[in-house]
Design a protein around this ligand. Structure first.
Ligand code: RIB
Ligand code: CA
Length: 312
C-alpha cells in the first residue's frame, strides 16, 4: 500500500526539491495534494511556484490549494535573501494552464480528509510555517481522525537558523506550531538537528545541472542559487531541509529520534519560536512527538542523488 501524503509548503528551493523527491518516489508515496502557505515568499508567489512545479513534474492532476497569507498572530516575514524574490532563485519554470483550486487550502484539505475511504488516513507533511495545519485543526477538529501522523520540517532540539534558538518555520508562526505540537496527534519533528546535515555540495549541484533530464537540471540550478545566498557562504553543503521529511517516511531506519514533550516559546523575546524539547521524560513514557536527533546523512544524500538522477 502506498503511503497517502499531503504536502503543505512554501516553495522555496528546498520545498521544490522535497516535492520533486516525493514524485520520484511515486511507487511508495501517493501525493493527494499540495497546499501553500506564506513563508519563504508571499503566499501568491509560493502558490504560483507550486502551480507551475506540479505541471513541470508531470503531476498536473494533483490539486494545488492556496493557504494562509501570513501567520496567525505575527507580522509576516519572508526569506527572499535565501530563496530569491520569486521564491525559486532565478529559475523560471515553464508556463502552464494548470489552475489552482478555487477554495482555500484549509477547506480543500478538510474535504480531502473527509472523503477518504473508511479507515484510510493521510500523513501530513508540513514543510513551511504551520499556519494552515493549525487552522485545519481548529476549524475542522474532526479532520484529526483522518490524519495518520504529521511529519514536519521545523524546530530544533538544539539551535536555530533565524536566531540562535529559532528555526524559520516555527519562528515565523510560533502560535500555530504550539497548537500543532500539543494537539496530541503523532508528530515527527525533522528539525535542524538532522536537516542541517543533509544537503548537496556544489559538486553535486553541478552534477545534477549537467544531467540530460530537465528535472535534475532544475534541482541543480536551484541548489546552485542556494549557495549564492549569505546563509551558505563558506559552507560545504547547502541543507535541503524539507526533503528530510520525505526521506524519513520511506527510510525511518536512517534516523534516530526520541519521543518527548515539545512546546513552543510564543514570547517576543530572544527565544521566540524555540521548540522546547523536554529530555527529562522517563524512557518508555508516552509522548506523541518524536524529535529526530541523528541521521545517516551520507545515505540520505546518496538516496537523493539516486532518485533525482533517475527521475521517472
Ligand atoms: O528552516 C528551514 C525551513 O525554512 C525550510 O522549510 C525552508 O524552506 C524554510 O521554509
Ligand atoms: Ca519550506
Amino acid at each position: 500500500m502506498k503511503q497517502k501524503i499531503w504536502i503543505d509548503c512554501d516553495p522555496g528551493i528546498d520545498d521544490a526539491v522535497a516535492i520533486t523527491l516525493a514524485v520520484a518516489c511515486g511507487e511508495e508515496l501517493e501525493l493527494l495534494g499540495i497546499s501553500t502557505v506564506a513563508g519563504n515568499q508571499t503566499v501568491d508567489r509560493v502558490t504560483e511556484n507550486a502551480r507551475k512545479l506540479t505541471s513541470f513534474l508531470g503531476i498536473s492532476q494533483v490539486p494545488v490549494a492556496k493557504g494562509a497569507s501570513g501567520p496567525l498572530v505575527r507580522t509576516p516575514k519572508f526569506a527572499g535573501h535565501v530563496h530569491g524574490k520569486t521564491g525559486l532563485g532565478d529559475y523560471c519554470l515553464p508556463e502552464t494552464d494548470k489552475q489552482v483550486e478555487e477554495e482555500p487550502a484549509v477547506l480543500v484539505l478538510a474535504r480531502t480528509l473527509k472523503a477518504l475511504p473508511p479507515g484510510e488516513k493521510v500523513t501530513l507533511v508540513p514543510i513551511g510555517p504551520l499556519t494552515n495545519i493549525a487552522l485545519l485543526l481548529r476549524v475542522f477538529p474532526e479532520a484529526a481522525d483522518r490524519i495518520e501522523r504529521i511529519c514536519l520540517m521545523g524546530g530544533a532540539a538544539v539551535g536555530g537558523n533565524v536566531t540562535p534558538t529559532g528555526e524559520f518555520n516555527i519562528w515565523a508562526d510560533p502560535e500555530a506550531a504550539q497548537i500543532v505540537f500539543t494537539w496530541g496527534l503523532p508528530v515527527v519533528m525533522c528539525g535542524l538537528d538532522v536537516t542541517n546535515h543533509c544537503g548537496f555540495t556544489r559538486e553535486q549541484a553541478k552534477d545534477l545541472k549537467k544531467s540530460k533530464h530537465p528535472v535534475s537540471q532544475m534541482v541543480g540550478e536551484l541548489v546552485e542559487f542556494y549557495f549564492q545566498s549569505p546563509v551558505y557562504q563558506g559552507r560545504e553543503r547547502a541543507a535541503i531541509h524539507d526533503a528530510v521529511t520525505i526521506t524519513y517516511l520511506l527510510h525511518p531506519d536512517w534516523f534516530t529520534g526520541r519521543a518527548m514533550h515539545v512546546e513552543v516559546d510564543c514570547s517576543e523575546e530572544r527565544n521566540r519560536g524555540m521548540t522546547i524539547c523536554d529530555f527529562r521524560g522517563k524512557p518508555g513514557e508516552e509522548h506523541p512527538v518524536t524529535v529526530l536527533l541523528q541521521a545517516r546523512a551520507d545515505r540520505v544524500q546518496e538516496f537523493w542523488m539516486e532518485k533525482l538522477r533517475a527521475f521517472p
